[in-house]
Structure formats: structure tokens, C-alpha cells
Design a protein around this ligand. Structure first.
Ligand SMILES: [Zn+2]
Length: 527
């Protein structure tokens, strides 16, 4: 059993083994002439004073092990605030952690932190699974119409008492890291009395998804937070950190709970347009992290052909420029980094970027987080209206249809002048219809700019081939490479690392010391 040093804010560092502490204590009490040092070991706690530190420093022990233990104590005392406490952790108030889902899979993340008093229960993320129990792809379409009790019994909704609409509310708040469905896709089932915390950008995307993806997030319950601005939820203090990810305005969280400092990474990377954020975080990290709950999507995955978003933009540009005809680019309209890359690649190749109404609405909504996000009325951007999208927007707010009209483009115009167009496409019936209609007007190419796995799941490649359209993949991952995971752990120096959002949690202990590998639904005391 080990002993740790705590201060008034919680854990400071590992102190010594049981035996090591006994040897140090015995020696200090025997030789030290500084009463404060003796008293510290008699009582196991003391105010941190210069005299205490000087008294310990003055000890010259010939036994190297004892001398090292004293040195370690002196270093830890220098990091303490006003008080130092020696403890094995058993008498320290500690919160409980349960990862309801995500310990052995990517997607469906749901984490619960409960304070020692039981008065604060925080849920972090509540996502749709990406895989079934047998790891086959999860299809929400099959379950969409299920009742809440069916979803609970099929374990699609994680079993969390007091969280859902059919229960008496007992959760203090739900905190969202970012707007990817595998992190927030089950939010619609949360009891309407429970507040939902998210960033402005995440809220904007949730609004868009409510209109186009039927996510039914209760927007009136949303409270937005500012990055790096701490706020309180019950007994917990939460500081969001802006992270580089393929979803805009994604957050990691430092959660200070019962003296523990827990860092939840959410999804992140260091090679997107905001890669600098990971660099900054590792250069100036939050200190004394006791538990790091870290995603590991890239473990066991190929890193892909393009190392970063800049090389994606360059490759898009080169391919578009080298081709004399219409270019279709398949991507997610909510991957802001990619939309910016596509916009820039199109502009720098002298092409007009044609987006759909849904994408125009996404960009418009995100203008709230930055003025440099390309918009429908920017030079070189046109908007293609589909009946389905127009209907959805009209149901929400009819004037929006008129707002985007100034940039509207008709299919005939694309058919007449296809060669200077880059068309943002989706693998949908609507776009397959457009591709078929434009088939004879231009020698088109297609660029697949999403995770390769999506291409494998669909017959898009065959469809394009049958229309004489060659497809090229240009993509970089939204998730941290192994080297970036190591960079973060080296910087944060957490006492424990807990794997989440990975298919290979067992690989963590090959890379890091002190890994706690949990199972879904297992509760541990964070002490
Ligand atoms: Zn994500």
C-alpha cells in the first residue's frame, strides 16, 4: 500500500510505500532538531512553512532510499498550498466514477461522476453507439421508434437511474464535450428538468441536427459555457478546454471534485486547423491531474495517407486543379475544418464551391463562434436547394429560405458550366440523382473526404464507377495519433490513466504506467 501527499485542494503526489514512509518517519523523528518536522510525522499533517521545509532539507541521511524519500517529500511540499496531509487515501473524501459505456468501444460514450456526498451526479456525454455488442455496425434506424424501456432493455440507453424522462430526475447536469452523435445522440431522452451544458458551437450544431437529423435536443435546457472559464455544477468545479477535433468548438474538461482533479479529453487531435491547441495544452498543462480519462480511437487503426489538415487542403487543391471537369467531394457538413479546406482548395483552383442548404445552414449557425468561417454569401460559394432541405428549413424558419436565395444555383447552371464547379456531395438518394442527371455534361471526378470505414460500408464506389466517375480518398483523422496521446500524458503527468473511446484499452498499459482499465458500468472510488 502506498501513501500520498495531499493539500487543501487534494492530491499533490505519490509520497512513499508503507515501509518507506515508516523508515523516513522514524529517521526524521530521531535526528531532526526542527520541532515542526517531528510534529508533521507524528500527526500526519502540518501547515506548510519555510521552517518545515528547511528542517527536512537539513537532514543528511546516509541511507540513499531514505534520503530519496525525504527529497521527494521536500519537492512535493513545495507544490502544496497552505497545508500538507499524509494519507493512504482511505480517509480522503473521494468521488465515484462510472463509465456506463465506452470502456471497450468507440462511440456511445457515457461517463458519470458522483460526489462523495452523493449530492452531485454529473453525466459527461450521452452518445449513440457506433457498434452493437458483437461489434457489427449499429443502425439507429432500426431502433428509432423503440420505446424508452425497450431502448433500456436492449442496452442502447445506458442504465443510469434518475437520468431519463421516465424516471424521477436525480442527475445534477449533463455535460457535452462536442457535437458528434456518438457523444450526444441520446440526449433527447434526458429528463427535461436536467440542465444540459455545452459550448456555443456545440449548441449551434445541436440546433442544426434538430432540424435535419431529428435529434430532438431540448434546447431550452441548454446552458452554454465559455472555454477556459470555470463554472460550478453542484459540488464540482468544471473548466472546459478548447480542443482540436473534427467537430468545431469541442471541449475537454478539467473537473475538480472532492479534492480530485480529473481531466476528460473528449475526442481530440493535434493535426487539424487548431492543432496549436494541443501544443499549448501540453506546454502549459493543468497541474496535479489525478485521473486522466483519455480517448484512444486511433489505437489499432491505420494513421492514413494524409498526416494533417493542411496536407488534405493541398491534396484537394492539386487534384481539383489537375482535373478539367466537375469535382464531387463527399464529406460531413459538420466537419468544419474540412469545409474550410474544401473552400480554400476550390477558391485557390479558381472554382466555385456549390454547397447544399443544410451545409449553408451549418455554416451560418457556426458564424457565432468565428467570423472567418466561409459563408453562403462569400465569393465563390453557391447554394443548391433541394426540396427536402428547403422543406425542413421552411418548417423551422421560412425567412431563412429567402436569406440564402441570393446565392442560389439551379441544376441547369451546373449542367451548362460544370467544369469550374466543385460540388459538396453526400451519399444520399438526392445526390445520386444529381450525379445521374449531370452524367453526360462533364467528365467528373469524386473525392471521398471522410473516414475510409464509411466507404467500405456503402456501395458508393460501385455507383460512381458505373457512372464513369473515378474516386480518390483524401482524408485525415479527427483523432489523436498515438504520439499525440503520449504527448498529452507526458505533459499532464496524471497519477492514473483511464482508457475510453477505444477498441483496444489493453494497449494503454503498453504505453503508460498506472493505467486503470475499467469495464462498462463498473464503479470505482477516485481516491
Ligand atoms: Zn468526435
Amino acid at each position: 500500500m502506498g501513501y500520498y501527499l495531499y493539500d487543501a485542494n487534494g492530491y499533490v503526489g505519490d509520497l512513499a510505500s508503507n515501509h518507506g514512509l515508516w523508515l523516513m518517519s522514524k529517521y526524521v523523528r530521531k535526528v531532526s532538531d526542527e520541532p515542526q518536522a517531528k510534529q508533521f510525522f507524528e500527526e500526519g499533517c502540518a501547515p506548510v512553512t519555510k521552517k518545515l521545509i528547511a528542517g527536512l532539507k537539513a537532514i543528511n541521511c546516509p541511507d540513499k532510499d531514505i534520503a530519496d524519500t525525504i527529497d521527494n517529500l521536500v519537492n512535493l511540499l513545495a507544490k502544496c498550498d497552505t497545508v500538507a496531509i499524509i494519507s493512504d487515501g482511505t480517509d480522503v473524501v473521494s468521488p465515484e466514477l462510472t463509465i456506463h459505456r465506452g470502456t471497450h468501444e468507440i462511440g456511445g460514450s457515457c461517463v458519470e461522476l458522483c460526489s462523495n456526498s452523493g449530492n452531485t451526479r454529473l453525466i459527461i456525454d450521452l452518445g449513440l453507439p457506433l457498434v452493437n455488442a458483437d461489434k457489427s455496425p449499429f443502425d439507429w434506424g432500426i431502433h428509432r421508434k423503440s420505446t424508452m424501456s425497450q431502448l433500456l432493455s436492449e442496452k442502447i440507453l445506458p442504465s443510469v437511474d434518475g437520468l431519463y424522462e421516465n424516471d424521477k430526475p436525480a442527475i445534477t447536469a449533463v455535460l457535452l464535450s462536442h457535437a458528434h452523435l456518438d457523444h450526444y445522440g441520446l440526449l433527447q431522452f434526458v429528463h427535461s428538468d436536467i440542465p444540459l451544458y455545452m459550448s456555443m458551437g456545440t449548441k449551434s450544431l445541436a440546433e442544426v441536427s434538430n432540424v435535419f437529423l431529428n435529434t430532438s435536443v431540448k434546447l431550452d435546457k441548454v446552458k452554454t459555457f465559455e472555454m477556459w472559464q470555470p463554472f460550478e455544477v453542484g459540488e464540482f468545479k468544471i473548466t472546459p478546454y478548447l480542443m482540436d477535433h473534427s467537430a468545431p468548438d469541442a471541449a475537454a474538461f478539467l473537473i475538480e471534485a472532492d479534492g480530485q482533479r480529473i481531466f476528460y479529453t473528449g475526442d481530440f487531435r493535434g493535426h487539424g486547423r487548431k492543432g496549436i491547441l494541443l501544443e499549448r495544452l501540453t506546454k502549459d498543462p493543468p497541474h496535479h491531474i489525478t485521473y486522466l480519462i483519455m480517448e484512444g480511437s486511433m489505437l489499432g487503426r491505420d494513421e492514413g495517407l494524409y498526416p494533417d489538415e493542411n496536407s488534405v487542403e493541398q491534396a484537394l487543391h492539386d487534384l481539383i486543379l489537375s482535373h478539367k471537369g466537375l469535382s464531387y467531394i463527399f464529406t460531413s457538413s459538420q466537419n468544419l475544418d474540412r469545409l474550410v479546406s474544401i473552400y480554400r482548395a476550390a477558391r485557390h483552383s479558381g472554382r466555385t464551391l456549390v454547397i447544399d442548404l443544410y451545409t449553408a445552414f451549418v455554416l451560418d449557425k457556426l458564424s457565432i463562434i468565428s467570423p472567418v468561417i466561409p459563408q453562403f454569401d462569400w465569393k465563390g460559394v453557391r447554394v443548391l436547394y433541394s426540396y427536402y432541405h428547403a422543406q425542413k428549413l421552411a418548417d423551422l424558419d421560412k425567412p431563412l429560405l429567402y436569406k440564402y436565395k441570393s446565392a442560389k444555383i439551379e441544376l441547369e447552371e451546373i449542367r451548362d458550366t460544370p467544369d469550374d464547379k466543385v460540388l459538396l456531395a453526400k451519399d444520399s438518394r438526392y445526390f445520386r440523382g444529381i450525379i445521374t442527371k449531370l452524367k453526360d455534361s462533364s467528365k467528373a471526378i469524386a473525392i471521398f473526404s471522410m473516414w475510409h470505414g464509411y466507404l467500405e460500408k456503402s456501395d458508393l464506389e460501385q455507383f460512381l464507377e458505373s457512372n464513369g466517375i473515378p474516386i480518390t480518398e483524401i482524408h485525415t483523422s479527427g483523432h489523436a495519433y498515438v504520439s499525440q496521446l503520449q504527448m498529452l500524458v507526458n505533459a499532464l503527468k496524471p497519477r492514473w490513466v483511464i482508457p475510453i473511446h477505444t477498441f483496444y484499452p489493453e494497449k494503454y498499459s503498453e504505453m503508460f504506467a498506472n493505467v486503470i482499465q475499467l469495464n462498462d458500468g463498473e464503479t470505482i472510488n477516485l481516491c
